[in-house]
Design a protein. Sequence first.
Length: 423
Amino acid sequence: MSKKMEEIIRENLAGYEVPYNPEHWSEMEQLLDKSFPTVKPKTDFKWLKIAAAGTGIIAASYFLYICLNPAPSSIPFNEDKNANSKTSITNNIHKEIAKTEEIKTQHHIDKKTIESTHLANKNTINNQTGYLETEEKTNFIENNASENNPPLVKEKIELPNISFTVNNAIGCGKVNVLFTPDKKDTELNYTWNFGDGSSSNEMIALHTYTEPGEYKATLLISDKNNFAEKKSTKEQLIRVFPLPNPDFIIKDESIENDFDRLKYPFTEYSAIQKDANLYNWALDGKMFYSGASGKTILRTKGNYSLTLTVTDKNNCKASKTQIVNISKDFSVFAPNAFTPNGDGINDVFIPEALNVYDVEFTMTILDNQNKTVFVSTNANKAWNGKFHNIGNPLEEGSYFWIVETKDAYGNVHSWKGQVLLQR
């Protein structure tokens, strides 16, 4: 072998790296199985296979070395045959180098294909979700891009114009308003500004206005990644009117007049607000009067529920209830029997209230034939059971009585009843 050929082979061998090739490993495993047919692998012989492959490589290297450096021999040297061997070895080496370069090239192509596919998939996802990058977001991606991390390009789309509706744009006092967008999308962020310093991020928002005034409510939408945002084209005006004042004053005039309910029988009531459009008064739930103020007679002692409902010019309504306590009945307190027998006990008939209170009255006694048998206008003149208190005593039995009184305002009030005359 010439020295020049020898140098060429050594240079190729020095720069040659045996590449990993699955097909070569598979062929090597088949050769090992044929060479050791009695061996039955029971576990993973990965390292054994690697050792066997290493042995094969060493053997091949040794063979190549013998070919390149033949030992002196007595056998005659055949120059033509040796030249053919050198040519064959050189060709094999070049084939292996070409295979290695092909594998490297294919690996580089596959890596680029994977990166391109990954980028295409990301662009497809972004196009489907419809995210719109702002200028700031785009700049951030471009500034942070690198050779290994190329910028993602997203298709820019327009967010829809969104309006909204409310269930109650005008109200009184505390007003609950339900805000509902025309478009409901879980991929969007909703920011409501209610105009009174309050806000909400609910898709459908419920808000309570507690103070009178006019408020402009707006809606701002953006996508979940804050790539874009748009203000609703609609501003809703919410008007809140103040409630009228339903408070009122109650006065039992008999309390200030020694509880003389015959002369001062009324309970007065008066609304505080005088400019309302409508007043409705209810006693124990039953409407009985319309007006800013009035008075009534509560005949039986006890507690009463008095309610005032006020309606103003804005059609706003407000109500209030108070408890009225009546300590005495509105009555003359007449006994149901008397015994005019001269024993000094219950000998005359006259309602008790006429003796107690200084009140103008007329008392009339009638028999069962509806004939008048006695009349009195003086508390000191009671009926003694006789005809006009003179003459013969009247028969025992039931008699009818009628009492009419006048209050401090000249109003006449009447009472009727029966009394049993017994001796």
